[in-house]
Design a protein around this ligand. Structure first.
Ligand code: ZN
Length: 396
């Protein structure tokens, strides 16, 4: 079944044709009308109630056709402005939050997520080692002043999770005016220090997108990571993060639960963030999430949860038909470049679908154990697709 994704126009998305989301939507759907002024942030592929995919042939929604929800939600993101500083609750918290405040926490599910860079991609992921945070606080005196002598002294005495929590909580609960003053002071008097710590550019960008926002100062607490295309990060429950720039494919458990605490005009739930987030420092290098190589053409990102895994298929144009082994779970494929003829079994018999950039296909249970990618006519381009599926690799 060929699908059309659901496009979300959040204001942090890239504008018009500069957005990978808009480019893919245009390639997918001849009826898609591009507005150059509009931001195109996310494309959703799956059955989540806030953006269900539509079956192209019939116009029906995917959840109605399948008569069930998929355990995962698959997305493409195109980011020009920072997303909020956030964590996602675990299952137990999500159930409670949804029950207590359904208007903010819209479903009762957890939302572990995996982001795979399509372009150079910048994000904040987890806390830095506590000693590094301590050194930043010492180097940037306005920040030290904002957090307060008592908390900073305790951090010096024993740099650990408890004192990190104390300092971060002080920061996040500071008065808005004091935060804005601290940022102004750093901009005015600490350009040299920002530069020597390779933070100048990102600090100025985040501060120009969200002037005076407390999230700007999170740059001194969180790991700044630069991903190259194909590199990935995995965010488990309650791991603090914010995506800052670039395009990625993202897969997550089927949920939209976000606890936000900065870099956003949306509702900030600082109390909940502080009580949920894991206060554990670690090196940025440990945040990279590595895939398994199946062969020369396929690698698989296998997160430590059952809800989803992502298969990366990259077939050179010189390669003849490639056969991919799959298990009997419904999967969603999106093509990013090149062209191939997909051959697969469906409940209505064998089927061929020509895949080109922007093609989104639901691969049904009946397609197992094997689908084929045959060469498309006159295509001199290498072929790249990503497939989201249930995480059957975990059991293998
Ligand atoms: Zn997130």
């Amino acid at each position: 079944m060929e699908l059309t994704g659901w496009v979300k126009n959040y204001d942090w998305g890239r504008n018009g044709i500069h957005s990978a989301v808009a480019q893919l939507a245009m390639a997918n759907d001849p009826d898609f009308r591009l507005n150059e002024e509009e931001s195109y942030a996310e494309m959703w592929m799956g059955t989540h109630i806030c953006g269900v995919s539509v079956v192209k042939e019939t116009g029906e929604t995917l959840d109605r056709v399948l008569k069930k929800d998929l355990p995962y939600l698959f997305k493409v993101l195109s980011i020009s402005k920072a997303l909020s500083i956030q964590v996602h609750p675990n299952k137990c918290e999500a159930e409670r939050l949804h029950k207590e405040r359904p208007e903010i926490y819209k479903d009762p599910n957890h939302k572990p997520e995996l982001a795979i860079a399509l372009t150079p991609f910048v994000a904040l992921v987890g806390f830095q080692p506590v000693e590094d945070i301590r050194d930043f606080i010492d180097e940037f005196q306005p920040l030290s002043k904002l957090i307060g002598k008592e908390a900073v002294d305790r951090l010096h005495l024993s740099p650990n999770s408890d004192t990190l929590k104390l300092c971060y909580e002080k920061l996040m609960k500071s008065e808005e005016a004091d935060v804005a003053k601290c940022i102004k002071d750093i901009v005015k008097n600490h350009q040299k220090e920002l530069k020597s710590n390779k933070l100048l550019e990102v600090f100025n960008k985040v501060n120009s997108d969200f002037p005076g926002d407390v999230g700007v100062l999170s740059l001194f607490f969180l790991n700044l990571v630069h991903l190259q295309p194909g590199q990935a990060i995995y965010l488990g429950a309650n791991e603090i993060h914010a995506y800052l720039d670039g395009d990625c494919v993202e897969c997550m458990a089927c949920s939209d639960n976000v606890i936000r605490a900065g870099l956003t005009p949306k509702y900030k739930d600082v109390e909940q963030l502080i009580s949920s987030v894991i206060f554990e420092g670690a090196d940025a290098g440990r945040k990279l999430f590595l895939p398994y190589h199946i062969d020369d053409h396929v690698q698989v990102y296998v997160p430590p949860v059952d809800d989803f895994a992502v298969i990366h298929v990259a077939i050179k144009h010189t390669v003849d038909t490639y056969k991919l082994q799959i298990q009997p779970y419904g999967s969603i494929l999106i093509t990013l470049e090149g062209s191939r003829t997909l051959r697969l079994n469906t409940s209505a018999g064998p089927k061929e679908i020509v895949l080109t950039r922007g093609s989104i296909v639901y691969i049904p249970v009946e397609a197992a154990p094997e689908i084929e990618f045959a060469p498309a006519e006159d295509c001199g381009e290498n072929f790249t697709s990503y497939i989201a599926t249930y995480n059957y690799f975990r059991k293998a």
